[in-house]
Design a protein around this ligand. Structure first.
Ligand SMILES: Nc1ncnc2c1ncn2[C@@H]1O[C@H](COP(=O)(O)OP(=O)(O)OP(=O)(O)O)[C@@H](O)[C@H]1O
Ligand SMILES: [Mg+2]
Length: 477
């Protein structure tokens, strides 16, 4: 049997909690959401904006929670006496996260950046996982609860750990990186994302660079040297506890340098100069942006003291995380089509990256390159311009048809030449039937928008109508 994640007494001590109705037990996991709770988990009754976890305590116990971290109060079911009483459960989670970090020797790498955090995190999980026990967050668990939750779940005997750290405004990353105490920290790139909350892209760079403040003394700061903010990031790194700055990119100055890139529809063949060694490998996911992220991964591998050659081999079998480029075969009348699911998120940088990838794919006989685009959110007053400016990469990618939804995408739609105009609707729900109807054999259809634009429903509708039989009963995502 696996050793427990925590012994109850040990977790209680770390949180300064008072056990009530429970003395010794083994905790196998940590949960803050009863819908995802597994038997043996310790449940934290956290008060969110809309809901209070204390309303779900009975449910948590019913589902097999080993105990509940809660404020002192009575619950309706007698079983709920299995409590770890604290003053504030969220603070208790942070304490357990810090304790989880403190007790392990795992070599931890933090990943932040305007785009590519989760993709980079998943690649690190895969590459490091082949070399030793590796812990990484679920999905995009990168915020004020995602980071401590992931650290509280960190197995004591992990050899490597990855922490994704995100933010919407200045000052958010600093406490999270202080908790994670990374040995190395990557900033994938700095782009105009969440611009609504920042006066400039330079201000975004400053906020991202907070990640370096939590580095253990002598740790490694990993920076994209091609980025316009590189010098600014470097200055922050120099002022941080980092002992080393490692750069990646295409510039001659990069220590991990992309010497050549040959893209095809299923991946890229790359030649990389790593600290003076020239190595080549196959990356199993298409896109120049993915290759750039993989340079950061290799910098991370090196900084953690893992094996570079083994890592290069592991890049061959990368798989896109859900909603970030997964390809799905569709079967419209008369032939086959390909759906590219990019519905997880969108901003100007990732839209361009997606369109560049679309250009690599050749439609089947009679088919077209089709882009189904929803609004990119949180772009501030310049948002209409960011949308209209997609005209150029759309033309470059030789997209034949654009369907669009949302008030911002209207700016793009109206700028399109009539030959490229498909359907437009105010919402993805209204656009959905037309997109499903318009699918033709041979088409390659890429669907992308910010999560709040709900383009996932169009992906789901295409899968339900044109996917394989096993798709028909999939729950909506
Ligand atoms: N370096 C990059 N440049 C441009 N686009 C990228 C880059 N890396 C990834 N992308 C694209 O950005 C989108 C989001 O990727 P990913 O989920 O990895 O980012 P993230 O930073 O984790 O996002 P979030 O802030 O939502 O957690 C995907 O469509 C992906 O293909
Ligand atoms: Mg993410």
């Amino acid at each position: 049997m696996n050793s427990p994640l925590w012994r109850l007494a040990e977790a209680a001590a770390a949180m300064g909690a008072t056990p009530r109705g429970v003395s010794e037990a083994q905790i196998n996991g940590i949960s803050i959401d009863t819908r995802k709770l597994a038997p043996g988990d310790l449940f934290f009754a956290i008060k969110g904006e809309n809901r209070d976890g204390h309303d779900f305590v009975d449910q948590a116990i019913e589902k097999g929670a080993i105990a509940v971290v809660s404020i002192a109060k009575s619950f309706t079911m007698p079983q709920t006496h299995r409590l770890l009483v604290v003053e504030e459960p969220f603070e208790a989670l942070r304490r357990l996260g810090r304790a989880g970090r403190a007790r392990t020797k795992a070599r931890l790498i933090a990943v932040t950046g305007s785009v590519g955090k989760t993709g980079t995190k998943e690649a690190l999980r895969q590459v490091l996982g082949a070399q030793g026990k590796t812990h990484a967050p679920v999905a995009s668990y990168n915020n004020h609860w995602g980071v401590p939750l992931t650290l509280a779940r960190l197995p004591q005997d992990a050899v490597f750990a990855v922490s994704e750290i995100g933010m919407n405004s200045p000052g958010e990353i600093r406490p999270l990186t202080a908790m994670a105490r990374p040995l190395a920290a990557i900033i994938t790139t700095v782009e105009p994302v969440h611009l609504e909350f920042f006066p400039s892209v330079a201000a975004i760079a400053d906020a991202k660079a907070e990640v370096f403040s939590g580095l253990v003394p002598g740790g490694t700061a990993i920076i994209n040297i091609d980025n316009a903010q590189a010098e600014r990031l470097k200055a922050h790194a120099m002022a941080s506890p980092a002992g080393r700055v490692v750069t990646f990119g295409t510039s001659e100055k990069a220590e991990i340098r992309l010497a050549s890139l040959k893209e095809d529809e299923s991946g890229s063949d790359v030649v990389i100069d790593i600290f003076g060694r020239r190595l080549s490998c196959r990356i199993g996911m298409p896109g120049r942006h993915i290759a750039m992220n993989m340079l950061a991964v290799l910098a991370g591998v090196q900084a953690l003291g893992a094996d570079i050659d083994a890592a290069l081999g592991a890049l061959r079998t990368l798989v896109p995380p859900e909603g970030r480029g997964a390809r799905i075969a569709l079967h419209p009348p008369g032939g086959e089509a390909v759906l590219i699911d990019e519905s997880y998120n969108a901003n100007p940088a990732s839209m361009r990256a997606m369109l560049a990838n679309l250009a690599l794919l050749s439609p089947g006989p009679g088919g077209r390159r089709v882009a189904v685009l929803g609004d990119m959110l949180e772009l501030g007053p310049e948002s209409p311009r960011f949308h209209a400016e997609l005209l150029e990469p759309i033309a470059r990618a030789q997209v034949d048809l654009v369907h669009a939804s949302g008030p911002m995408m209207r700016h793009l739609y109206e700028a399109l030449p009539s030959s490229r105009r498909g359907h437009y609707a105010a919402t993805s729900a209204e656009l959905e039937p037309a997109v499903v109807e318009a699918l033709q054999a041979g088409d390659i259809v890429a669907v992308k928008g910010s999560l709040g634009s709900r383009m996932g429903r169009i992906v789901q509708a295409l899968r339900t109508r044109h996917g394989s039989p096993e798709e028909w009963s999939r729950p909506p995502c």
